[in-house]
Design a protein around this ligand. Structure first.
Ligand SMILES: Nc1nc2c(ncn2[C@@H]2O[C@H](COP(=O)(O)OP(=O)(O)OP(=O)(O)O)[C@@H](O)[C@H]2O)c(=O)[nH]1
Ligand SMILES: [Mg+2]
Length: 551
């Protein structure tokens, strides 16, 4: 007999049933719904213990119950009869309540129950009877119990079998009726296996014992035990019954050993049954969850494989970053010399032009050396700034070589990346990556702010008061004019430097765009591949929670 550990209480059962319920909902374990519902009803409604008589059709189930009650309440017959689950419990007056599948309930006189529970009057359960509840004063002798008559198994009426099987998870104690003329079939063994999931109490009832001699009865009983031992590795109590011979004797034995025992320990029996159902649910739920876990692990593995095959070394983000970095550095390095080389052609004509202008302008400048020097500085600054602005405005399109080349480099690199990624996705998943416009916008470099600053080496003008201009004027004029080529060179070089900074910044900006494209694309793909993940953890948590329960 299954022991109830002292530490077990209803709270623990409620808790584990809650977890099992959650698991069933989460993973659609429909197979356990009936079992879970049966346990929930026991827990929430504390109903009487359902002592159900089950077994093959025509085994004498209904006859046995009538005989027990000393009253012909249930319809019996030589052909398959019982068509609906019929529960009998104590009530101070006789009455019968028909519960229909649609929730309707009707009360009928007890004498009319065959209209609803027999195949002859309710063929194929056309009246949609879910359960018939009968209340009888004679049930007073079985307090806390409900006797349940069930449709027989194995007859031509498949509906009878499915009705009983559907009800099975609700069973409290099972009396398996086996007729003396058909001792223990494969059906009976299967029923025992099934019952084992739902109740700790299975008792064999050898009905129609009158058709066997005492010797044959003994033979049948030992045949039962041997078969059970061999097939199921267990023994079960066996009781005899007959409505024809020695009925009184059989009834007393059955009442004393089965019914009285249950009635006098109703509460602990009830808890034992609930505990059995809960443990069975626990085991079943665990085995379903292990299947789910297996599938989930497989899915994780598949996802990991997919990930590796799609995001392989060719579409590796770090490598792409590196490649884009190389492209930008390679071109940025050349920007300055490219511009300087281009500007070379302006040097001589510009020098010539500025010199000539200075020559003609300087003759009219008056004042001492200090004044003429300031004038010179202002003149050079103004003239060259304006020349540089003109060159910058007219020629800057010719400075953009490295910008254009790096744009082409980035675009090629992105295109190759996108192709590898697309090919991988197509190979692995068989789907095409949608075309996207991956053009890098050419960043327009800022126009540098061109302005000239003073660039004298020797500050002769600081000693202007010592120098008589009347004598040295020509020398200084020559000195200023000779300084022009250097001024032109410095200005052109500065122009080149300013454009270099601006262009290289633009290249850098394009590299940023390309890196961002790649990052976003890979993150998207990655999250799509691993999007469905997360079940493994949840399943493991549920398994652990169920295993930890001390039920
Ligand atoms: N000889 C003998 N016949 C019995 C005994 N009990 C029942 N019968 C007969 O067996 C037949 C079937 O009895 P039921 O009680 O209708 O059997 P059941 O198991 O309820 O049948 P279903 O409801 O169709 O599954 C009837 O003809 C009964 O008279 C018994 O103890 N001895
Ligand atoms: Mg019957």
């Amino acid at each position: 007999m299954e022991k109830i550990p002292e530490t077990i209480n209803v709270k623990d059962i409620r808790e584990i049933l809650g977890i099992i319920h959650e698991a069933c909902e989460r993973f659609q374990i429909i197979a356990l719904h009936r079992q879970l519902e049966a346990a929930r009803i026991l827990l929430e409604e504390d109903p009487p213990i359902d002592v159900a008589v089950m077994g093959q059709f025509k085994a004498g189930k209904s006859s046995f119950l009538n005989s027990l009650l000393g009253q012909n309440v249930l319809p019996v017959g030589a052909i398959p009869v019982t068509t609906a689950i019929t529960r009998l419990q104590y009530g101070n007056k006789e009455r019968a309540l028909i519960r229909h599948f649609d929730g309707r309930m009707t009360e009928i006189p007890l004498s009319h129950i065959a209209e609803f529970t027999s195949e002859a009057k309710n063929p194929g359960n056309e009246k949609n009877v879910a359960i018939v509840d009968i209340e009888l004063p004679s049930m007073r002798k079985y307090p806390g119990l409900r006797l349940v008559d069930t449709p027989g198994l194995g007859s031509v009426y498949k509906y009878h079998q499915s009705t009983s099987e559907h009800w099975l998870p609700a069973v409290g104690t099972a009396l398996l009726a086996v007729s003396s003329d058909r001792p223990l079939s494969e059906h009976d063994l299967n029923l025992i296996r099934e019952l084992t999931l739902h109740t700790p109490n299975i008792i064999l009832l050898l009905t129609k014992a009158d058709i066997l001699s005492t010797e044959q009865q003994k033979e049948v009983v030992s045949f039962f035990q041997e078969t059970l031992e061999r097939e199921l590795r267990r023994t079960l109590p066996v009781y005899l019954y007959s409505i024809k011979n020695n009925t009184e004797l059989y009834r007393n034995i059955v009442e004393e050993n089965i019914f009285k025992t249950i009635c006098s320990n109703r509460d602990s029996e009830f808890l034992r049954i609930l505990l059995h159902k809960t443990r069975s649910l626990k085991q079943n739920c665990l085995s379903y969850l292990r299947i789910a876990l297996h599938a989930s692990l497989q899915a994780d593995q598949n996802r990991e494989n997919l990930r590796e095959r799609i995001l392989n070394e060719k579409v590796n983000e770090d490598l792409m970053r590196e490649e884009l970095g190389i492209i930008s550095r390679e071109h940025q390095r050349q920007t300055r010399s490219l511009i300087e080389t281009y500007l070379e052609q302006f040097k001589a004509p510009l020098t010539k032009k500025v010199r000539e202008n200075l020559q003609s302008d300087i003759a009219s400048w008056r004042g001492n050396l200090w004044k003429i020097s300031r004038r010179y500085e202002a003149w050079v600054s103004e003239t060259l700034s304006s020349e540089m602005r003109t060159i910058s405005k007219n020629e800057h399109q010719n400075f953009l070589g490295t910008l254009k080349k790096s744009h082409a480099g980035f675009s090629r690199s992105l295109e190759a990346f996108r192709k590898f990624l697309g090919d991988n996705i197509e190979n692995v998943l068989g789907i095409k990556l949608t075309e996207v416009d991956w053009n890098i916008e050419v960043a327009e470099p800022d126009h540098p702010d061109i302005s000239f600053t003073k660039s004298f080496d020797i500050h002769l003008d600081l000693i202007w008061f010592l120098i008589p201009m009347i004598v040295f004027r020509k020398i200084f004029e020559r000195h200023f004019i000779q300084g022009i080529p250097k001024e032109v060179e410095i200005n052109l070089s500065r122009l080149a430097y300013q454009w270099e900074t601006s262009i290289n910044n633009a290249i850098e900006e394009m590299r940023g765009q390309a890196t961002k494209y790649i990052h976003e694309e890979l993150s998207t793909i990655e999250s799509l591949i691993s999007g469905t993940q997360g079940q493994t953890n949840d399943i493991n948590k549920l398994i652990a929670a169920i295993e930890q329960s001390n039920i």
